[in-house]
Write a protein that binds this ligand. Sequence first.
Ligand SMILES: NC(=O)c1ccc[n+]([C@@H]2O[C@H](COP(=O)([O-])OP(=O)(O)OC[C@H]3O[C@@H](n4cnc5c(N)ncnc54)[C@H](O)[C@@H]3O)[C@@H](O)[C@H]2O)c1
Length: 335
Amino acid sequence: MARIGILGAGSWGTALAVLLVGNGHAVTLWSHRREEILAMEQTCRNESKLPGVILPREIHYSSQLEEAVRGQDLLVFAVPSKATRETAQKIRNMVPDGQQIVCVSKGIEEDTLFRQTQILEDVLGGVLTAELSGPSHAEEVVRQIPTLVVAASKSRELAVLTQEVFMNANFRVYISPDLIGVEIGGSLKNVIALAAGMSDGLGYGDNTKAALITRGITEITRLAVAMGAREDTMSGLSGIGDLIVTCQSRHSRNRMAGYYIGQGCSVREAMNRVKMVVEGVYSARAAMALGLKYGIDLPIIEQVNRVLFEGMDVRKAVLELMGRERKAELEHSFW
Ligand SMILES: NC(=O)c1ccc[n+]([C@@H]2O[C@H](COP(=O)([O-])OP(=O)(O)OC[C@H]3O[C@@H](n4cnc5c(N)ncnc54)[C@H](O)[C@@H]3O)[C@@H](O)[C@H]2O)c1
């Protein structure tokens, strides 16, 4: 049994608390909103995030960071990516050197272009970090629907520990040393999911969606490899696996936001209708900046940025993509 503090009691943090308690661990679930955590404690539900799910009594709830952080074998960072730095700063004095942290948030920080584990290392110094990622909607994991993910870390020991702690009969965890690849795949798929949602909103069909997924993973792979990732990570769970689920799923808030934009809503209206943080909107800008930094062409991501931030009409963005210069499908094709 491990002592685990989970920071962030949204859909994912709560679903993982259920999973980890079920695996026999001692779990403290923290939220920055006292009323949110009190309601969960009193009702054994997180009705707004996971409707209909009864939470096990063994979860310990807290709105005190000290209680959730001190003396834990493992910390799980499950706050929205925009809150990762701020939350890490709050716990800076509570975390010992060598603290093991599993990050499950996905996103690139706009100002620094850091991945989530880079932010944690930047703020917390000598901690050991892993990223757990893959096609894993909280709504399905909490119902024990078979799910496969990957735990990536520079430390093999932490990757193996993460596998041991999280894995069960319905939640299979692979390990990987490719932290960059796993984090970039998980972060940039949200931008492509916005494009997939726009396509749905415009009334396009399966052909367009499949094209966006296929060319989307090509873009993400080019950038990830330039950043030092392994190409084959992108064929894995955190690459194409997560991209497929996010572009197809009714649970995906990024796809839904794109859908409303495709239907004619403004970006602001679309975000309001989804009612949750749409991380792809922030990662879209960061992805463009990474493309510029590494000299990588990102045509779909570029058009998503134009729609989001320059008011470009979605149909015009499609025309631009379809009208690009003629090319070979694979970059280095020889006859
Ligand atoms: N939901 C999923 O199925 C899923 C799956 C895999 C990964 N993720 C990732 O997990 C992270 C969390 O997603 P989620 O779906 O649980 O989000 P959510 O919108 O359901 O909940 C976010 C929670 O974070 C808290 N929060 C908001 N702002 C905060 C702040 N400034 N400081 C501290 N806490 C704050 C809120 O109280 C809320 O409970 C995201 O990065 C997401 O990409 C989610």
